[in-house]
Design a protein around this ligand. Structure first.
Ligand SMILES: O=C(O)[C@H](O)[C@@H](O)[C@H](O)[C@H](O)COP(=O)(O)O
Length: 264
């Protein structure tokens, strides 16, 4: 990992969601002051949706100018539009329905009944093209926008987005978006940003709360050296400027406490 890690441990998952939502609102406001707009990549999953619900809370959402916020997704379940299992469907329910986001700036990944039908590779290429079209010349050499914050839930097997240990997506070194088949986490067919796209973000924030994440957190952060990213994709998820792990006590419970702080 090339950027120093920040590890923040909260009392419980609710506090992690609330605190991280407030920090994200602040980061969005800073980016909008600095560059006029902000760009955030959302994640699916329980922790990701809890964060979105906290961001939509009245005291927090009022500090964000949603008319100047670009929203992207790190992965998506490749299902028909409106399917309750799609990350964008869950984000609409948890968050988008409550905030004045600009629909032109909400970049959902394709559905399996859209322009590309059930061709997940074509759908992935289309999203890669949308990302490339939004990239500016001054952005880094990876053809995606300079995301200000890229959010990732962490799976109990250390997967992030839909990049799973031992699967081809975690080894992709060129493309920015891939189609995923045979995902161990249902549904099996997905679209995902790759690690090169993830690492193009200014900041990567990894969300891991709950006892079921303790082994994954210890696997990536607890040893003397990080595991290889193809074996533990979360180990390859870091930003150009900042990498933050947002935990709760349960998820941090297996980290070394004997004066040897987790690798940061
Ligand atoms: O589409 C998905 O399922 C997510 O994007 C996935 O990467 C998720 O973030 C992790 O599996 C953690 O999910 P939980 O927070 O529910 O444990």
């Amino acid at each position: 990992m090339s950027t120093p890690l920040e590890i923040v441990v909260h009392g419980d998952k609710e506090e992690m969601a609330r605190s991280t939502a407030a920090a994200l609102a602040g980061r969005i406001a800073e980016a909008q002051r600095a560059r006029g707009t902000a760009s955030v990549v959302l994640t699916g999953g329980r922790n990701g949706n809890a964060l979105l619900a906290a961001l939509a809370a009245p005291g927090v959402r009022d500090s964000v100018d949603f008319s100047r916020l670009e929203l992207w997704w790190g992965d998506e379940r490749f299902l028909p539009e409106g399917d309750p299992e799609r990350n964008v469907t869950q984000a609409r329910e948890a968050f988008l329905a409550a905030v004045p986001a600009d629909p032109a700036r909400v970049h959902a990944m394709p559905s399996s009944d859209g322009a590309h039908g059930d061709d997940v590779e074509a759908a992935a290429e289309a999203y890669a093209a949308e990302l490339a079209a939004a990239a500016r010349p001054e952005d880094q050499d990876v053809p995606v926008p300079s995301f200000d914050v890229l959010l990732l839930g962490v799976g109990p097997d250390t997967h992030v987005a839909s990049l799973f240990p031992g699967h081809a997506g975690a080894q992709e070194a060129e493309r920015t978006v891939v189609g995923v088949r045979g995902a161990p986490k249902p549904p099996p067919v997905r679209i995902s940003l790759t690690l090169p796209a993830i690492r193009a973000a200014r900041e990567v924030w990894l969300l891991a709360a709950g006892e079921d994440k303790a082994e994954a957190v210890a696997r990536v952060l607890g040893g003397d050296a990080a595991p290889h990213e193809t074996d533990a994709p979360a180990a390859g998820a870091y930003g150009r400027e900042r990498t933050r792990w947002l935990l709760d006590e349960a998820a941090a419970s297996l980290l070394p406490r004997d004066g040897h702080s987790p690798r940061t």
